[in-house]
Design a protein around this ligand. Structure first.
Ligand code: A2P
Length: 276
């Protein structure tokens, strides 16, 4: 069984989930059904991925009771603001065919729009209304976390940020620990780039495992929630087969040294991000 993490609101989330970024709506149902049949119970989508309907279809087809699943989506940037966010959440529930979300995240802070704090107030309301079990954020720098906590007195349960062996974000881990906010790693495999790393390859060979499995273990052993994405059935299965072995201290030390200043692949949270 997948270990679960208890969040600061008392809810639990499976530590390993399934991501669907860049999978088109008409292609997403099959991999999500495969993932759920493999044993994944946590699915991570977003309004900006434009595939919520296909994910909803998979949830209905997979044949696993709703209460056993943990479904996350994220609010798109153009729907930030108090009223917009509440209306937009209803659209997400409708597209997914659900009457509640397990988690909803503010996808990007977009500080120059200065609407993320008002948006956070809407999330707190929607949680009170029972439409969202856990509320969180994504791509938030520590100063933005401080702002919403100071403004409204409610901490996000998670912050979903880019994190992988080439971009280890050591400086922000302490902040999250201190605040009791769990880190969810996105692009956990470095969007594929780190998979070809020589050191990762050597560690994989030593354990008789795939490079992706080594990286997923690396996230799990540091306490991160991790959501690898794949559209290939055999990779979906092998990425889930990570509970029968452990990386040792020597492996962890070697991977720690792979961090690099130019390791970030995604957008910068401090600038206006209109991708989503
Ligand atoms: P694909 O969907 O074709 O399998 P991340 O989760 O860091 O964004 O990385 C996902 C990328 O890594 C995707 O391009 C995915 O491609 C690929 N990928 C996922 N799992 C594996 C695996 N086990 N082996 C090789 N590539 C993988």
């Amino acid at each position: 069984d997948v270990p679960t993490i208890t969040l600061n609101d008392g809810n639990t989330i499976p530590q390993l989930g399934f991501g669907v970024w860049q999978v088109p709506n008409d292609e997403v149902t099959e991999p999500v059904v495969t993932a759920i049949k493999t044993g994944y119970r946590s699915i991570d989508t977003a309004q900006g991925y434009d595939n919520e309907e296909g994910v909803g279809k998979a949830i209905r087809e997979a044949g696993v009771p709703r209460e056993q699943l943990f479904i996350t989506s994220k609010l798109r940037t153009k729907d930030q603001g108090y009223d917009n966010a509440l209306r937009s959440l209803d659209g997400t529930l409708q597209r997914l065919g659900l009457d509640y979300l397990d988690m909803f995240l503010i996808h990007w802070p977009v500080p120059e729009h200065d609407r993320y704090s008002d948006t956070w107030r809407a999330f707190i309301q929607a949680q009170k209304d029972g439409k969202i079990r856990s509320i969180g954020v994504s791509n938030f720098l520590p100063e933005y976390l401080d702002r919403i906590i100071n403004d409204h007195g409610v901490k996000p349960a998670v912050n979903q940020i880019e994190l992988h062996p080439y971009y280890q974000q050591r400086d922000v881990r302490d902040v999250h620990d201190r605040l009791g906010i769990r880190i969810e790693s996105y692009s956990p495999l470095g969007s594929g780039a780190v998979l070809k790393d020589e050191t990762i390859g050597e560690i994989a060979e030593k354990h008789g495992k795939e490079p992706a499995q080594i990286m997923i273990r690396w996230h799990l052993q540091q306490g991160f929630i991790v959501i690898p994405k794949s559209t290939h059935a055999e990779r979906i299965r092998s990425n889930f087969d990570v509970f029968g072995f452990e990386l040792d201290q020597d492996d962890m030390d070697k991977i720690a040294k792979l961090d690099r200043p130019d390791g970030k692949e995604g957008s910068d949270p401090a600038t206006n991000n209109t991708l989503f």
